[in-house]
Design a protein around this ligand. Structure first.
Ligand code: ARG
Length: 483
C-alpha cells in the first residue's frame, strides 16, 4: 500500500509539473525534417521558421516552446488550441484557410521534382505511371494526387528521399529549398529545373486568436521592410548548402571501409549517437512508469472482476471494468495514444512523456487485468473455501492465500506483457516524443541511410528484452525456492 501511494504521488507530481504556466509562452509546432526551414540540430530545432518566430516573440515579450510533430498534425494542433502557431514551411491554400488563419506570406516557393542522375524522367510529363514519393499531407501530395496519380506518401520528406536513393521510387516531389538541400547532400540525385507549381508560405494561427495574428503580422512586416527577414533566409540557405554534410559515401571502397564510414556518419558525426542515448532514456522512462501504472490498473480491475464473479457483488464496477477492457483491447494503442494527446489533453500543455506513460499504462492495464484474473481463477476453489472456513474474510483470504499463488502463476505472462509494452512504446513518435525509435528516425532523416540506424535501434531493444527476460528468470527461480 505504501508503495502504491508513493507511486500515485509521483505520478500526480509529474502531472502538475507537466502543466507549466503558459502565460507568456508561445507554443510553436513544426515538422523538423525540412531544411533550411526547420531541422533538428544537436539538441534544438533550428532553421528559418524557428528563427523568425523566436525573433518576433522576443519583440512581443513571449518565450517560445518549439514542438516537433508530423506535418499532417501541425495545422490540427493550432486548430485545437494545442499550439499557438504553426511554422512549418506551410503553403497557404484555400482549403487550409477554412481551418486556420494565415499571417502575411514570408516567402515564395515551388514544388520541384527530384530524380536520380541517370533517370529517364526529364520533365513532369514523364511522371505518369511512375512511383512518386511525397510527404503526406503536403501540397506536393495534393498536387501529385490531383494531377498525376496516387503517390507514395511518407511521413517525413527525407524518408521519401532515402526511398528514392534506395531505388524504391522513381521521383520525389517536394518544396524547392528542402529539395536543394537534399540534392546537395546526396551526389546521386538531381533536380529537374521546371517547377510543378508556385506557392507562398505563411505562419498559421488559430481562428480564435485574431489578436496574436495581428501582432505577428505587424512584426513580420517590419522584418520584411528592414531586410531582416531576407538576411535570415539567406543565412540558413547558406549554412545548409554546404554539400558533403554527411560525408557522402564513395563507391570505390571495400565493404568494411564503407561500414566504417557509415558508422562515422550515422553515429559519431555531430554526436548523432546522442539521439539514441536520449531516446533510450525516454523509452525506459515511459516503459517503467507505464508498467507500474498498468499493474495498478490491472490489479484493481482483476480483483474487482474476480470478486464480482465469485460473490456477485460490485456489479456496477464490474460493468465499468468490462467496458474498459473492451474499448482498450478493441482499439490500437497508437490510436489511443493520439486520442489521449490530441483530444483529451488537447487544451492543456502537458509533458509528452507523461502523456505516453498514461496512454501506455492504461493500455497495458487491460492486458495485465486479464492476466491476473486468469491467475486468480487458476487457483483451486478449495483454497478460498479453506481460507473462509478458517475464519478469514473474503479480502483476507484473497490477500494472503489466493493472490500470492496467483502471482507466481502469472509471472511468465506478465513478463511477456512488459516485453510487449517496451516495444510498443516505439510508436511514441506519433506524438513526436523522441523515444529510441524516433531517435533512429532523426538520424536517418539527417544521413539518408537506413541500414545502421535501424539495426542499432533494433539491437538496443533486443538487449533490453534479453536483460528483462534474464531478470524475470531469476525472479521466477526465487519464487519457486520460497514455495
Ligand atoms: N509547403 C508544403 C505544404 O505546405 C510542405 C511543407 C512541409 N513542411 C515541413 N516542415 N515538412 O504542404
Amino acid at each position: 500500500m505504501r508503495l502504491f501511494s508513493t507511486i500515485l504521488l509521483t505520478v500526480a507530481t509529474l502531472f502538475f509539473y507537466g502543466c507549466e504556466d503558459s502565460a507568456k509562452k508561445l507554443v510553436m509546432v513544426t515538422t523538423a525534417t525540412f531544411p533550411p526551414y526547420e531541422y533538428v540540430s544537436g539538441d534544438k530545432i533550428d532553421g528559418i521558421d524557428p528563427e523568425i518566430i523566436i525573433r518576433i516573440s522576443e519583440r512581443l515579450g513571449y518565450s517560445v516552446e518549439i514542438q516537433d510533430m508530423s506535418f499532417d498534425s501541425v495545422l490540427a494542433a493550432v486548430q485545437s488550441g494545442k499550439a499557438d502557431i504553426a511554422a512549418s514551411g506551410i503553403t497557404v491554400t484555400e482549403e487550409r484557410k477554412k481551418k486556420v488563419d494565415f499571417t502575411t506570406p514570408y516567402v515564395i516557393a515551388e514544388q520541384l521534382i527530384i530524380v536520380k542522375n541517370d533517370s529517364p524522367i526529364k520533365s513532369a510529363a514523364d511522371l505518369m505511371k511512375k512511383r512518386i514519393g511525397v510527404q503526406h499531407g503536403t501540397t506536393g501530395d495534393s498536387y501529385v494526387t490531383e494531377n498525376i496519380g496516387e503517390p507514395e506518401r511518407y511521413k517525413e520528406a527525407p524518408t521519401a528521399v532515402a526511398a528514392l536513393i534506395a531505388g524504391k521510387l522513381d521521383a520525389v516531389v517536394i518544396d524547392s529549398e528542402p529539395a536543394k538541400v537534399y540534392v546537395s547532400r546526396n551526389p546521386g540525385l538531381k533536380l529537374l529545373k521546371k517547377p510543378l507549381t508556385y506557392e507562398e508560405y505563411a505562419f498559421a494561427v488559430s481562428k480564435d486568436n485574431p489578436e496574436l495574428l495581428k501582432k505577428i503580422n505587424t512584426e513580420l512586416i517590419k522584418m520584411q521592410q528592414s531586410g531582416e527577414l531576407e538576411s535570415i533566409i539567406k543565412h540558413y540557405k547558406e549554412i545548409n548548402s554546404e554539400s558533403s554534410q554527411n560525408g557522402a559515401i564513395s563507391d570505390n571502397k571495400t565493404f568494411l571501409e564503407r561500414i566504417k564510414d557509415s558508422f562515422q556518419t550515422n553515429f559519431a558525426k555531430n554526436n548523432r549517437y546522442m539521439y539514441l542515448v536520449k531516446g533510450f532514456i525516454v523509452t525506459l522512462e515511459v516503459t517503467f512508469f507505464a508498467v507500474i501504472l498498468g499493474i495498478i490498473i490491472g490489479f484493481t480491475v482483476a480483483v474487482i472482476r474476480s470478486c464480482a464473479d465469485q460473490t456477485g457483488k460490485l456489479k456496477i464496477a464490474d460493468m465499468l471494468c468490462k467496458i474498459y477492457l473492451t474499448v482498450i483491447r478493441g482499439t490500437p494503442v497508437v490510436v489511443q495514444l493520439m486520442i489521449i494527446y490530441f483530444v483529451i489533453f488537447s487544451s492543456v500543455n502537458v509533458d509528452k512523456v507523461l502523456v505516453a506513460i498514461v496512454a501506455f499504462g492504461i493500455n497495458s492495464g487491460a492486458y495485465v487485468a486479464e492476466i491476473i484474473r486468469g491467475g486468480i481463477m487458476a487457483v483451486d476453489k478449495g483454497q478460498m473455501e479453506a481460507g473462509r472456513s478458517l475464519g478469514l474474510s473474503y479480502i483476507q483470504s484473497m490477500k494472503s492465500i489466493i493472490l500470492p499463488q496467483a502471482f507466481k502463476n502469472v509471472l511468465p505472462a506478465l513478463g511477456n506483457e512488459f516485453i510487449v509494452l517496451l516495444k510498443e512504446t516505439s510508436v511514441s513518435g506519433y506524438i513526436a516524443l523522441q523515444d529510441l525509435t524516433k531517435g533512429g528516425d532523426i538520424i536517418r532523416s539527417q544521413t539518408y541511410d537506413a541500414f545502421l540506424p535501424l539495426i542499432a535501434v533494433a539491437l538496443i531493444y533486443l538487449a533490453v528484452v534479453i536483460f528483462l527476460s534474464y531478470m524475470l528468470g531469476i525472479l521466477e527461480k526465487r519464487l519457486k525456492k520460497n514455495e
